[in-house]
Design a protein around this ligand. Structure first.
Ligand code: S3P
Length: 173
């Protein structure tokens, strides 16, 4: 399988940690879009939001998607909002197999509890769980266009990786 394997899904669904494990298992390079942007800008995502605004971040994200979707053989983890841009979704889907990780809102709430890391959620104040549910509902139509979905709420990382590898076997050449 020469195509990319792309992990997408909401914040706190495990894209980065599972992406690393999957890349090791498949013997492929791993690229995390947020980490790539942070390394290139020499700034954390929260600082990019704070200093330049979300629109600027989305432009950086878009150019990273363009660049990565021209490459092959990678495991890529997107940010939680990457595929709410129609062009990003189209480019990623055409560059490989798009897998969406899903997680129950209450579990996302506890996994993303640390403040200062996710500017999209930090504005929500005490209504953070409501913000999570609202964003999940808004983004569902994009996440649903992935080729495959895996619920990470209950399963261990190894179970999830095994499930993804089982799904990917059909694309092996
Ligand atoms: C975002 C998710 C974040 C990061 C940015 C915006 C979003 O990535 O890209 O803070 O809009 O859902 P993670 O899903 O890796 O936290």
């Amino acid at each position: 399988m020469k195509d990319n394997v792309i992990l997408t899904g909401f914040m706190g669904t495990g894209k980065t940690s599972l992406g690393k494990l999957l890349a090791t298992k498949l013997g492929r390079p791993f690229v995390d879009i947020d980490k790539k942007i942070e390394a290139e800008q020499k700034l954390s995502i929260p600082k990019i939001f704070e200093q330049f605004g979300e629109e600027h971040f989305r432009a950086l994200e878009k150019s990273a998607v363009k660049e990565l979707s021209e490459r092959r053989g990678l495991v890529i983890a997107t940010g939680g909002g990457t595929i709410k841009d129609e062009e990003n979704l189209r480019l990623l889907k055409s560059s490989g197999v798009l897998i969406c990780l899903t997680t129950e809102p209450e579990e996302i709430f506890s996994r993303t509890a640390r403040r200062g890391e996710r500017p999209v959620l930090d504005g929500g104040g005490d209504e953070r769980l409501a913000t999570i549910k609202k964003l999940l509902a808004e983004r569902k139509k994009f996440y649903d266009r992935a080729d495959y979905q895996v619920d990470t709420t209950e399963w261990s990382p190894l179970q999830i990786i095994d499930d993804i590898c089982r799904y990917l076997r059909q694309f092996r050449s």
